[in-house]
Design a protein around this ligand. Structure first.
Ligand SMILES: Cc1cc2nc3c(=O)[nH]c(=O)nc-3n(C[C@H](O)[C@H](O)[C@H](O)COP(=O)(O)OP(=O)(O)OC[C@H]3O[C@@H](n4cnc5c(N)ncnc54)[C@H](O)[C@@H]3O)c2cc1C
Length: 481
């Protein structure tokens, strides 16, 4: 039987897998993981990410062993290692799934050229999005290079059916007779965290539990960070321990339940819309890879965001004196995740209250996030900074006081993550902060929660003045700059 190599990366499962399905058309699959310099760098940047990745890889290897196979691990430069393996195994094809950020796209193109030069067949598939970029683009009446605005994308996306590759038992894997290096461990990437409990069975269970209950209240969950009831599927989707297409399909199936209340169905629709947002940013980066480090909006490419600020470290460490911002940053440091609503508020604070470059914020979060999706990170950061796909005439500057009153009115989220506030007075936390009343630590503790480091109204006005100076009323860039 012919052999086809499948190179796993951010698709660490066997189920509903476009890449494995494509590889299996060419022969028995040799399942391979290459730890190359790029992967190592991504894992070294966040210790929790490394621990999560290692857990997901271990689970994948266990699933392969149940089927008489095993992951073949190699360390080194991808093209050379894959070519060597192809020679050892007599493989007729090498398949992998596409990346969506600039560096990943370029590495994929180089790899494809190197493999084809050596006479092997390279197969690249879209596995990460629920709907591949070409499908949403092809569904458009006018030909083009993807969507730069979410609403028209969503109108098309919600009418498309994700592909289905739900038959892992039909896949045939090579027996575990090939030399392999040991599975990666967190310490290989400088992480002292234990291997995380991750992998396809866990992701599947998480989705089922979510769709049975919390998903029906998603419209509330997205606005109540204290309850922590959004899906928490971002890391699972990042490392592909569950397919986005599975999540979309199961969510749509759940919507068909005739016994749902209309508000429960609306919640499920909102959750599906969040998944569409993920596909939107993946296609945005796929068609516009330069946005990985440069603004999508031409007028914002040279905008003079600051590279530093006297209170930048306060933002990083959750000491700005704005409880919702600080709680978010502390949640991120403590867990590798931040509630979606709070992400927008904390990012807006950096870009507008401090006037600091979105790239600085993105790099900071990258040190803590478990997720490893540069295309999603950059798309969201640019959106918040008024430099990306949100085409509003003016940047949307969040007022952190109003946001706190709206999304954490009792201060429960702030108290959960800010130790200095944990035993503060019940209720009224946000009003107290707005009045700059100092909150004392109980029992006379030495540390105090800081006063707000900036005057929000003044900072927002200053930013808008700089923006108006830079951008013309018609939305272009002033030529004198
Ligand atoms: C400034 C900023 C930076 C962000 N950086 C990242 C990032 O690096 N990686 C990342 O996966 N998400 C990022 N997000 C999007 C979103 O905040 C997270 O996906 C979400 O917090 C993950 O929690 P959840 O899984 O409970 O999401 P849920 O609300 O349960 O949503 C389900 C899934 O939909 C997808 N999704 C939801 N919202 C978005 C969105 N705005 N953009 C893209 N996908 C979305 C995610 O895959 C998420 O897991 C960022 C948002 C902002 C505002």
């Amino acid at each position: 039987m012919a052999v086809a190599i499948y190179r796993f990366a951010r698709d660490l499962r066997l189920d509903d897998h476009a890449g494995l399905s494509a590889a299996s058309a060419h022969g028995d699959i040799a399942p391979v993981l290459i730890v190359d310099r790029e992967l190592e760098e991504r894992l070294r940047s966040s210790p929790r990410r490394a621990a999560y990745f290692c857990g997901a890889v271990a689970a994948l290897d266990a699933a392969l062993r149940e089927r008489g196979s095993a992951l073949i691990v190699r360390r080194g430069e991808a093209a050379a290692e894959l070519a060597r393996l192809a020679g050892e195994l007599g493989a007729v094809a090498i398949a992998w799934s596409a990346s969506y950020d600039r560096a990943g796209i370029a590495a994929g193109t180089d790899l494809q050229a190197a493999i084809e030069e050596r006479g092997a067949r390279a197969i690249v598939v879209h596995d990460s999005p629920a709907i591949p970029p070409e499908d949403s683009t092809a569904a458009r009446s006018s030909a083009g290079d993807g969507y730069k605005a979410f609403v028209p994308f969503y109108d098309v996306w919600r009418e498309l059916e994700p592909g289905s590759f739900e038959a892992p038992l039909l896949l045939s894997f090579m027996p575990a007779a090939v030399r392999s290096e040991p599975l990666p461990q967190p310490a290989d990437f400088g992480s002292s965290d234990p291997v995380a409990d991750a992998g396809a069975p866990r992701s599947r269970k998480k989705l089922e539990t979510f769709l049975r209950g919390p998903a029906l209240q998603y419209a509330f969950a997205i606005n109540v960070p204290a309850d922590d009831l959004t899906s928490h599927l971002s890391a699972d989707l990042t490392f592909g321990t569950i397919a986005a297409r599975t999540v979309v399909r199961e969510t749509r199936n759940r919507m068909d339940d005739p016994f749902l209340l209309s508000e429960e169905r609306a919640s499920l629709r909102l959750f599906a819309r969040a998944l569409a947002m993920r596909d939107f940013f993946l296609q945005l980066s796929w068609y516009n890879p330069l946005t990985s480090d440069s603004a999508l909006q031409e007028k914002m490419r040279e905008f003079p965001f600051l590279q530093s600020h006297p209170h930048l470290d306060d933002w990083r460490e959750g000491r700005t004196g704005f409880p919702l911002v600080d709680a978010g940053m502390r949640q991120l440091r403590a867990t590798g995740w931040m509630h979606p609503r709070v992400r927008a508020i904390a990012a807006s604070f950096l870009c507008f209250d401090l006037g600091v470059d979105w790239r600085v914020g993105m790099a900071e979060w990258d040190r803590y996030l478990i997720e490893d999706d540069p295309a999603l990170s950059v798309g969201n950061w640019q959106w918040i900074a008024g430099a990306g796909a949100d085409l509003a005439a003016y940047p949307r500057i969040y007022n952190p006081y109003k946001q706190a009153r709206r999304f954490d009115p009792g201060g429960s989220y702030a108290r959960k993550w800010i130790a200095e506030l944990a035993h503060g007075p019940a209720g009224g936390l946000n009003e107290m902060r707005q009045g700059s009343a100092q909150i004392e630590l109980p029992l006379g503790g030495a540390e105090r929660y800081p006063r707000p480091v900036v005057d929000h109204d003044r900072a927002a006005r200053d930013f808008l003045a700089r923006y108006q100076e830079f951008v013309t009323p018609a939305g272009g860039r002033r030529s004198s700059r």
